[in-house]
Structure formats: structure tokens, C-alpha cells
Design a binder for this molecule. Structure first.
Ligand code: VGL
Ligand code: ZN
Length: 200
């Protein structure tokens, strides 16, 4: 088997002080740097939105962050403006080791969000990550990063659907936990056959 570590969205805006701060988001940096030493292939994803992105509450009149809106592809949570291309908030946390082989940007199409590193939120538009992994013969993935219940969770579910063996190491993840989203995400991952490490 050939393994890869996929580090999801460890960016300033998801860390304390950021626009969409995940509680203890920066606590993932040290364990991720340690985990990287054990993997030959490391891939980082970077949430990368144009200004005025359709997932921002500020793009929808009368809507506040964390409300939802119906998009053509389904229900979308609206977020504070975050990870705007080229901004400080979109940069990786300064303590993160950036030795990765590939940095995959996602969420750059104005009209569609992308939680997963594999497919955008219409669940059809591929990012190309599947092809990258397959052409390198990678079969087993370990996912870590931010946030457990959004970008990590949806990436893990897509990876299982695509036939990869998937582990999520929860000791190097932190959650947003919006109205029970963490429990929902963990249950969905478990049901799909994702191996959850360090379950609390
Ligand atoms: C994420 C919400 C919006 C994440 C990204 O990285 O989990 N969550 N954009
Ligand atoms: Zn985003």
C-alpha cells in the first residue's frame, strides 16, 4: 500500500483570531508537523475564495453568517468572509511545515463552495485530487486539519466513496461544531467506514 497524509485547510482564518476561527484550531499544527515525518507523500489543501464568494453571508442581502441559503446544488451554510485569495487569512498558519508535495486550492469558483478536497459542493465537479493520487499509486489516506465537521469530514466521505482506505486522526483535527455538526459528521464517517483515531 502507498500512503499519503492530507492536511486540510490549516490557514490563519480557521485559527484563533481568524475570520472563521475554529476553537483551538492552532492546536493541530504541532501534531501535524510530527505526523508529516512519517509520510513520504504530504498534500496540503488551501481554502481559496475570490472576494464576494457565494458562500459568504455578505454576498446575500439580509443574511447573517451561519444562516443557510438554497443554492442550485443544495443547502449551503453562509460563512463570514474568509480565506480570500491573497489575504493574510488565506495563508497557512506560520508554524505549519510546508514540505508537502502538492498544495491543492479549492473554493475558487465564485458560484460554488468546496468543502471536500475531491469534489465541490455539487458533489460532481472534481478538483483533480483523485487523479493525482491514483497516478501516484496512492491507496491509503490519513486526513487531518480543519475543520473536522466540514472540510475534513466531507473530504473523508468522498475519499471512501472513491475507494481509498481512509483514516482521520482526530488528535490533529478541530471542529466548528455548528448545531450538532460534529456528532453528525463523526457518525457519517463511522458509517462510511472511515477509521477514526483518538476518538474522544
Ligand atoms: C471550511 C467552512 C467554510 C473548512 C471552509 O475548512 O472546514 N469550513 N470553508
Ligand atoms: Zn471556505
Amino acid at each position: 500500500m502507498t500512503q499519503a497524509l492530507i492536511v486540510i485547510d490549516v490557514q490563519n482564518d480557521f485559527c484563533p483570531g481568524g475570520a472563521l476561527a475554529v476553537p483551538e484550531g492552532d492546536a493541530v499544527v504541532a501534531p501535524i508537523n510530527t505526523l508529516m515525518e512519517g509520510f513520504e507523500t504530504v498534500i496540503l489543501t488551501q481554502d481559496w475564495h475570490p472576494a464576494g464568494h457565494s458562500s459568504f453571508a455578505s454576498s446575500h442581502q439580509g443574511k447573517a453568517p451561519f444562516e443557510t441559503v438554497e443554492m442550485r446544488y443544495g443547502t449551503q451554510v453562509l460563512w463570514p468572509d474568509h480565506c480570500v485569495q491573497g489575504s493574510k487569512g488565506a495563508e497557512f498558519h506560520s508554524g505549519l511545515n510546508l514540505q508537502g508535495d502538492l498544495i491543492l486550492r479549492k473554493g475558487f469558483r465564485p458560484a460554488i463552495d468546496s468543502y471536500s478536497g475531491f469534489f465541490e459542493n455539487d458533489q460532481k465537479t472534481p478538483t483533480g485530487l483523485e487523479g493525482y493520487l491514483r497516478s501516484r499509486g496512492i491507496t491509503d489516506l490519513t486526513l487531518v486539519g480543519l475543520a473536522t465537521d466540514f472540510c475534513v469530514g466531507f473530504s473523508a466521505l468522498d475519499a471512501v466513496k472513491l475507494g481509498f482506505a481512509v483514516t482521520v486522526d482526530l488528535s490533529a483535527c478541530r471542529a466548528i461544531d455548528l448545531e450538532g455538526s460534529l456528532d453528525k459528521s463523526l457518525a457519517a464517517m463511522r458509517a462510511a467506514g472511515v477509521q477514526l483515531l483518538a476518538t474522544v
